[in-house]
Design a protein around this ligand. Structure first.
Ligand SMILES: NC(=O)c1ccc[n+]([C@@H]2O[C@H](COP(=O)([O-])OP(=O)(O)OC[C@H]3O[C@@H](n4cnc5c(N)ncnc54)[C@H](OP(=O)(O)O)[C@@H]3O)[C@@H](O)[C@H]2O)c1
Length: 326
């Protein structure tokens, strides 16, 4: 697997997003299936696993990852996040989001940061977190203060690299002035353009980009016709029955382009992302070993500039119906 640099951290161009492996995200899933998916990802070279203390209940996702990396810790870059799984009794602030929950509750106060990290280390059953993100900026706390507490974790050896997720360019710049930020993790895919100011700031500061939901939570694979019960995308406007049908129609030219290239739409979506910047990496999630392998093969695809121009032209006509998640 080709690697890329996020600041001073080397990771595979395509890693693995573990959120899909906890129940209540894309419907039900048991631990045996989740563990098989993680094993398939690691065995196939997706040695950058992205989790969060907020995926699943009581650290379920981190504990899954902890079991999967047992005995092979040195092979894997482990990334996790804090700020949404708030200890009982602590206050929280509202971060508005575009899907039906309307808001997420955040607490990234510096006084809680060490406790979050220690809890994640226990869940992951490891001594150090390679890349530790503030999951969302806390509207009630200057980002400099959150990152100041993260810098102390680096100094004390609990984490190796500082990351930020769902931030603006201004927040990245303010945080980077306190401590070097290795990566920002924001949504970026064929149906969610990157924030141009954030991309420019990341390039200027030498900060890597980790694109979350690179497959548009599955839509860009071209395989989603309907949703099962218990799937969180029921809350996402782009997946309402009417919008999903319209979006699938509008996406047809890009599916056709993938077919002409003899690759899958998922592979085209991932390869296209990797061609946007040399310091972008992706973390698609899947419960299916065959999908995981299919996705990882996209890291080896080189898209000719003419092909990229055709994709970009098709994307200008890809008229997406329904609000974004954030
Ligand atoms: N920082 C943040 O705020 C944030 C927010 C959201 C996500 N993330 C990160 O980004 C990671 C990935 O995001 P995501 O899970 O939301 O979305 P995603 O990776 O864009 O899409 C996952 C969906 O795509 C399907 N899929 C994957 N590969 C496929 C293939 N080759 N063919 C057909 N279907 C395929 C999966 O279903 P199957 O299981 O059936 O393959 C799953 O339903 C998460 O795990 C998490 O680490 C971060």
């Amino acid at each position: 697997m080709k690697t890329r640099s996020l600041g001073t951290l080397q990771v595979p161009a395509i890693g693995f997003g573990a959120m899909v492996l906890s129940p209540g995200v894309y419907g039900d899933i048991d631990d045996a299936r989740a563990e098989a998916a993680l094993k398939a990802a690691l065995d196939s070279g997706a040695a950058h696993v992205d989790t969060s203390d907020a995926y699943g209940t009581n650290g379920h996702n981190e504990r899954l990852v902890g079991r999967a990396i047992k005995g092979r810790r040195d092979e894997v870059v482990v990334a996790t996040k804090f700020g949404l799984a708030i200890p009982e009794g602590e206050p929280s602030r509202s971060h508005p989001v575009g899907y039906a929950y309307k808001e997420l509750r955040v607490n990234a106060h510096p006084a809680l940061v060490r406790g979050y990290a220690e809890r994640s280390l226990r869940n992951l059953d490891t001594d150090v977190i390679d890349l530790y993100y503030a999951h969302y900026p806390d509207p009630g706390v200057p980002i400099e203060d959150t990152v100041g507490a993260m810098a102390d974790l680096v100094k004390d050896g609990l984490i190796n690299h500082v990351g930020l997720s769902n931030v603006t360019a201004a927040q990245l710049r303010a945080a980077h002035a306190v401590h070097p930020v290795t990566a920002v993790q924001n949504e970026w895919s064929m149906w969610r353009p990157v924030d141009a100011d954030l991309l420019a700031a990341a390039r200027e500061l030498g900060v890597g980009i980790v694109a979350w939901s690179p497959l548009g939570t599955g839509f860009l694979t071209g395989t989603v016709q309907s949703l099962e019960d218990g799937d969180f995308r029921h809350n996402a406007p782009r997946f309402s029955a009417r919008n999903l049908a319209a979006n699938n129609d509008s996406y047809a030219p890009i599916r056709a382009l993938a077919a002409q290239l003899s690759i899958t739409p998922a592979q085209l979506a991932l390869a296209w992302l990797l061609h946007q910047d040399e310091h972008v990496v992706t973390i698609p999630g899947s419960r299916a070993p065959a999908h995981i392998l299919e996705n990882l093969l996209a890291a080896d695809l080189t898209l000719h500039p003419d092909t990229l121009a055709r994709v970009d032209e098709a994307l200008t006509k890809f008229d997406v119906t329904g609000a974004t998640l954030l």
